[in-house]
Design a protein around this ligand. Structure first.
Ligand SMILES: Nc1ncnc2c1ncn2[C@@H]1O[C@H](COP(=O)(O)OP(=O)(O)OP(=O)(O)O)[C@@H](O)[C@H]1O
Ligand SMILES: [Mg+2]
Length: 303
């Protein structure tokens, strides 16, 4: 039945785009066409990440409680919930920074529960931190250059045997890092020790680290917090493009509802350490359970 609905929706969108439905003849409607088709298609994709019955306690505090949800490949999924709902703990459990008391995490159907963070990174999963974790004494540029894996110069004897290859690879990485810093408006800070960056720019540095590697699944914990509004929009547009054009999947924690409602295809709501509900932004904004647990009032966009 749901497959039939998906095909009827796709047919309708195609008809709109072909101007056979007068309601959607405008240019704006045509521009939205690709996005709408993309969003419908996402729900036909396989889950890339499956969280099954995760639980985690810290002493007497049950931070995550029998929590289960799926994230679909190619989606931009929002993870929202009140302060202390267990969102950051969930990220830590998924990416190996914490071990669950019970439950499992599957990435592309492979059980990754209990793997070390570096092993999970190698699978293609990147996460940013709510409280940034830059290498404080290293410069901004060095913080970016650390990220790419398989650097030839990491093997000692290559310093003699593959000198030219090392130099060429380093030059490529530096060029890419400088390009990223230019994009983020931080090129002038490239030689500054990262500890001297203001909070918003430390957040941007996390985004920059993400941009240094080709990723499959990206988990972002409040990427916009502390970033100046103009730049926040630029970064979020970049994130959206990553998912839409390059097929990366994003799971994003954010308290800014304008960001979540505008950027996400799907939203998962957590409360008291567990899954509360999920749906499209339209479904979530007026869901009585979400209003009671988190939003307070039905969400209305800020014009
Ligand atoms: N390392 C820890 N030791 C003890 N308690 C912890 C630890 N980490 C998290 N907690 C507690 O677990 C609960 C969930 O915290 P978590 O940081 O996961 O929530 P959150 O949803 O990310 O909140 P926020 O929206 O404020 O970032 C909170 O009560 C928090 O105080
Ligand atoms: Mg958090």
């Amino acid at each position: 039945m749901s497959v039939l609905c998906v095909f009827v929706s796709l047919w309708f969108v195609e008809q709109c785009a072909n101007n056979s439905v007068p309601l959607l003849k405008s240019g704006i409607a045509r521009a939205r066409h690709a996005e709408v088709v993309g969003r419908i298609m996402i729900f036909m994709n396989e889950p890339i990440l499956q969280v099954e019955h995760l639980s985690k306690s810290f002493g007497g505090i049950q931070a995550v409680r029998d929590c289960s949800f799926d994230v679909y490949e190619g989606s931009i999924t929002g993870l929202i919930g009140p302060n202390g709902a267990g969102k950051t703990t969930l990220f830590n459990l998924i990416t190996g920074f914490l071990q669950p008391d019970s439950g499992r995490v599957f990435y592309r159907k492979k059980d990754i529960t209990g793997l070390e963070p570096f092993e999970i990174f190698r699978q293609g999963i990147f996460r940013s931190f709510q409280i940034t974790r830059e290498y404080k004494e290293m410069t901004v540029l060095e913080n970016l250059l650390l990220i790419p894996e398989k650097q030839i110069g990491e093997i000692l004897w290559n310093a003699w045997l593959q000198r030219k290859a090392i130099q060429a690879q380093e030059a490529r990485n530096i060029e890419k890092a400088l390009e990223i810093l230019r994009f983020l408006g931080m090129e002038s800070k490239k030689d500054l020790p990262a500890k001297h960056l203001p909070g918003g720019e430390k957040k941007l540095l996390e985004i920059g680290r993400m941009m240094m590697v080709d990723l499959d699944l990206i988990l972002l914990d409040e990427p916009g917090a502390g970033v100046p509004p103009g730049l926040q929009q630029k970064v979020l547009n970049y994130i959206k493009t990553l998912a839409q054009e390059h097929g990366h999947t994003l799971l994003m924690v954010e308290h800014d509802m304008d960001v979540i409602m505008n950027i996400c295809d799907r939203i998962i709501v957590t409360c008291d350490g567990t899954f509360l509900t999920e749906g499209t932004p339209d479904e979530i904004r007026s869901n009585p359970a979400v209003i009671e647990a988190y939003l307070g009032t039905p969400y209305e966009a800020n014009e």
